[in-house]
Design a binder for this molecule. Structure first.
Ligand code: F6R
Length: 615
């Protein structure tokens, strides 16, 4: 949440900062701003709304030329989205003519207490944000002292409670950016005669592929020719230089109207990247995940943890693992898991699922499981993200950068990773013969081709979308694995199209919610599990007899009466436990086309941000 970028070098910083902000816009897009050292001193321009508004405002002001500056795109926490609450915030007694500018991602929990104390020292606040406290605090600690800015920032952050990634500049040195981090991502891009700070690599890749990751508690001094990183004691620390392995084009639309469509179309490749290297000679092979046969043989309980779509993938994984391996497995919402005093024992395994690897609740839940002695394995897409670095083992998705706020290819890749894990565990625990394992591995290997086939329902889903885009409410029904997939389908629809939607376990609807079904209500029913076909058919009849129109997503072998359904989408043959990988695809397309039909911002739905780094 919130994107930070900073540049110091010889070239004009403005286009570099704006480009960086555009690539970080998925992290928050309710306001944006820039602070840069121009011939007039430290200039700040901010604007409510998208980065294009900020760009327009910079143009109206006659443009800016500077070799060093910081920028921010915001997802509001404290204070409504507005010009005055936009970052950067200035530090200084009247808050306007400040000498210090700060951009921040995170939440300062003790900001009210600090604000009171700073007000007592004569500071006048201009915004409702927690961030402005940091700007004034740095100013207060720095003013009149002959101290390097980084030392002041080190002192200031030691007084903060909460989480932060910070970029700080001062007119004392208009070529220097000081960066600090605790529980929010921040990287430093290493260029030739120039360096950058950013929330993630997409903002630096047009300038350099080399970067270092700032760790919690560290502060960095970033100058055009030098980067120095210090720990909380002020001691210099050596950092490992990392290199971005993917190409810039992977983070561009490549001719598609939206990133989401591009990413849906990339699903076969993304899932293949997760699956194929780990299927060898009819077996699942893990290398760096720390999942030794011995460890797998002794697991007593598996806790799967995630938020949103990652949790929905976890729900599918839970069912597949329990059924195939007969090991107790639970899937929990990360933000709940943390506070329900979970029973975790040393032989437990905690599977943490997160595309970004930065989700605050998921990270906190993982740390808790670790402290309680569980072995933690992270299923993560973003390489070297915090969750990936802190987990005991990592199963990378290798799905490539996902830019659209609503996940599609990472969700599909997460399912692939969970199937791999389930087969491996079942094999180690003697629940599968070598032949059965090979049959399942062969089927897994071909999932990418089958997703490719299902993507051909594009036109059909576009047509169905035109028929139902005006509905006030849409329901998704399914049992077992179909219920887990229905949860994800419903989330896709509501987050993209703003249509109210609920996913229901098909048998549960009649216990209350069926009262919402009326003439013309759209119900999307899923029937992919043979042992549940008959039950699901009965549930479809219950809603159609109350006036609902039904779109049915069914396996190729579904032979039930479909005459009650308005549309039927057939899926290719696949072992039934893997059908969520196919059934979700037409429903992602449906959500996409309904959102397009309603002129919604598909890639950046309102109120959302991709990387949720606040709790
Ligand atoms: C929905 C969506 C979110 C994320 C959730 C977790 O389309 O993308 O529900 O799945 O915010 O994010 P990660 O996977 O980054 O932890």
């Amino acid at each position: 949440m919130c994107g930070i970028v900073g540049f110091t070098g010889q070239d004009n910083a403005l286009p570099i900062l704006l480009k960086g902000l555009y690539s970080l816009e998925y992290r928050g897009y309710d306001s944006a701003g820039i602070a840069a050292f121009t011939e007039h001193g430290l200039e700040v321009i901010k604007s409510r709304g998208r980065i294009s508004n900020l760009e327009e405002r910079i143009r109206e002001s006659g443009g800016m030329h500077a070799c060093c500056g910081i920028g921010h795109t915001r997802w509001a926490t404290h204070g409504e989205p507005s010009d005055r609450n936009s970052h950067p915030h200035l530090g200084g007694k009247d808050g306007k003519s400040g000498k210090i500018a700060v951009v921040h991602n995170g939440i300062i929990e003790n900001y009210l207490e600090l604000r009171e104390r700073l007000e007592a020292h004569g500071y006048v606040f201009q915004s409702d944000t927690d961030t402005e406290t940091v700007a004034h605090l740095v100013d207060y600690l720095h003013t009149g002292k002959k101290e390097d800015l980084c030392m002041t920032v080190l002192k200031a952050v030691s007084m903060l409670r909460g989480s932060y990634a910070l970029g700080v500049v001062s007119i004392d040195d208009p070529h220097e950016i000081v960066a600090a981090r605790r529980d929010n991502p921040l990287i430093i891009g290493l260029g030739e005669g120039e360096n950058l700070i950013a929330s993630d690599v997409t903002a630096i890749i047009s300038r350099t592929r080399k970067y270092i990751i700032l760790d919690d508690g560290e502060v960095a001094v970033v100058r055009p020719d030098k980067v120095t990183v210090m720990n909380a004691f002020g001691d210099t620390v050596e950092k490992k230089v990392q290199e971005v392995t993917w190409d810039l084009s992977a983070a561009e639309k490549g001719g598609y109207e939206h990133f989401m469509m591009k990413e849906m179309m990339e699903q076969p490749r993304a899932v293949a990247n997760t699956l194929h290297p780990r299927i060898q000679d009819g077996k699942v092979v893990f290398e760096d995940e720390g999942l030794t046969d011995d460890r797998l043989a002794h697991i007593k309980h598996i806790h799967i943890i995630g938020c949103g779509s990652a949790l929905h993938a976890g729900m599918v994984g839970r069912s597949v693992i329990e059924n195939l391996c007969r090991v107790r497995c639970t899937a929990s919402v990360a933000s709940e898991f943390r506070y329900e005093n979970p029973i975790i024992e040393p032989d437990d395994l905690c599977i943490v699922i997160s595309q970004s690897g930065e989700t605050a609740d998921t990270l906190a839940a993982m740390r808790q499981a670790k402290r309680a002695g569980a072995y933690t394995v992270a299923i993560v897409n973003v390489v070297s993200s915090t969750i990936a670095r802190e987990a005991d083992g990592v199963l990378y998705l290798w799905a490539g950068p996902e830019i659209a706020v609503a996940t599609t290819k990472a969700y599909s890749a997460q399912l692939g990773a969970l199937y791999l894990f389930a087969i491996k565990l079942a094999s180690v625990r003697g629940k599968l013969t070598a032949e059965q394992e090979k049959t399942l591995c062969d089927a897994l290997y071909h999932i990418p081709d089958q997703i490719e086939q299902v993507l051909k329902t594009k036109e059909q889903m576009q047509y169905i979308a035109t028929r139902y885009a005006n509905r006030a409410s849409i329901f998704f029904l399914g049992r077992g694995l179909d219920y887990a997939a229905a949860m994800e389908a419903s989330l896709k629809l509501k987050e993209l199209s703003y249509i109210h939607s609920e996913a229901y376990a098909a048998g549960e609807l009649k216990h209350g919610t069926i009262s919402l079904i009326e003439e013309g209500t759209l119900v999307v029913a899923m029937a992919t599990q043979p042992e549940l076909y008959e039950k699901t058919i009965s549930n479809i009849r219950e809603v159609t007899s109350r006036g609902a129109e039904v779109v049915l997503v069914a396996s190729e072998d579904f032979e039930g009466d479909t005459s009650y359904c308005s549309y039927v989408v057939r899926l290719p043959k696949i072992p039934h436990m893997f059908t969520p990988s196919l059934s979700i695809v037409p429903l992602q397309l449906l959500a996409y086309y309904i959102a397009v039909e309603r002129s919604c911002d598909v890639d950046k739905p309102r109120n959302l941000a991709k990387s949720v780094t606040v709790e």
